[in-house]
Design a protein around this ligand. Structure first.
Ligand SMILES: [Fe+2]
Length: 257
């Protein structure tokens, strides 16, 4: 066979192989994304409050990730950790405790503190596709000063995803009504985060979170959820998603399909 023809055939074979591999990779990525979306649906079906909390935390986390200059890949990691950070709370062992409207006893608090590990266990089978997800979920209650749980990680030992989500999680916990805690104002949350700068939170990320530009975007993103302490505080479903708020809930359904 003439060498020119052989080269052409080899090049054509390589192109076909590359296209097949790319198509297969796309299929696998969509399968993994579908698994995540099913998991999100399962959270909603089990515990709507946690599902809504997860979406708000994801929206706020993405704002901070953008402000921090993360690329698309890292931004998506932050989004996934934010969406599934509390998946361990829907575990049967914690269901009654987290659905009671009373203050938790120390024993119950210790039980609830198992949710990062339970959540990491839930997402462990997805580590092949999302290797950082479990570590982020596990670490979202770690503290910058090393006094968090479950492993007492300190400073930069805590994955960036978890450091970002911790800020968004705290902001949401303060400004949105919980089962046993009334909503407080955004300025209250700002004061708490200021006080925990360098204690609970990465100081640089806390400063970024508290910056005027980020707070303006957070305010806008949270507005449709009616989380502020108003007579509508219990009506947490957004009436409509504003155009510039990431469509967190259904991103995966359309992405790349
Ligand atoms: Fe949590």
């Amino acid at each position: 066979m003439p060498s020119r023809l052989r080269t052409t055939l080899l090049a054509a074979g390589a192109a076909v192989y590359y296209l097949k591999a790319r198509r297969e990779r796309g299929r696998v990525e969509r399968l993994a994304a579908a698994a995540l979306e099913s998991l999100l649906n399962a959270i909603d079906a089990n515990d709507q409050t946690t599902g809504e909390h997860a979406r708000r935390v994801a929206a706020v986390s993405l704002i901070l990730a953008d402000a921090h200059g993360l690329d698309d890949r890292d931004r998506s990691s932050v989004e996934r950790v934010a969406l599934f950070h509390d998946v361990g709370k829907i575990h049967e062992a914690l269901f009654d405790i987290t659905h009671d409207h009373h203050l938790l006893s120390s024993e119950e608090r210790a039980q609830v503190a198992t949710h990062p590990q339970r959540g990491a266990d839930v997402v462990a089978p997805l580590s092949l596709f999302y290797p950082d997800l479990g570590a982020g979920v596990l670490a979202h209650h770690e503290r910058w000063d090393g006094t968090g749980y479950p492993r007492g990680l300190r400073g930069l030992e805590i994955p960036l995803t978890a450091r970002i989500v911790a800020l968004a999680d705290t902001f949401d916990a303060i400004t949105c009504q919980r089962r046993y805690d009334a909503a407080r104002s955004a300025p209250d949350a700002v004061e708490v985060i200021k006080g925990e700068r360098g204690r609970q939170f990465d100081p640089e990320l806390a400063d970024l979170f508290l910056s005027e530009a980020v707070q303006a975007r957070v305010h806008e993103a949270m507005h449709p959820w009616h989380c502020s302490p108003t007579p509508h505080a219990s009506k947490r479903k957004p009436e409509s998603a504003p155009g510039d708020v990431p469509d967190v809930a259904f991103r995966w359904r359309t992405a790349g399909v």
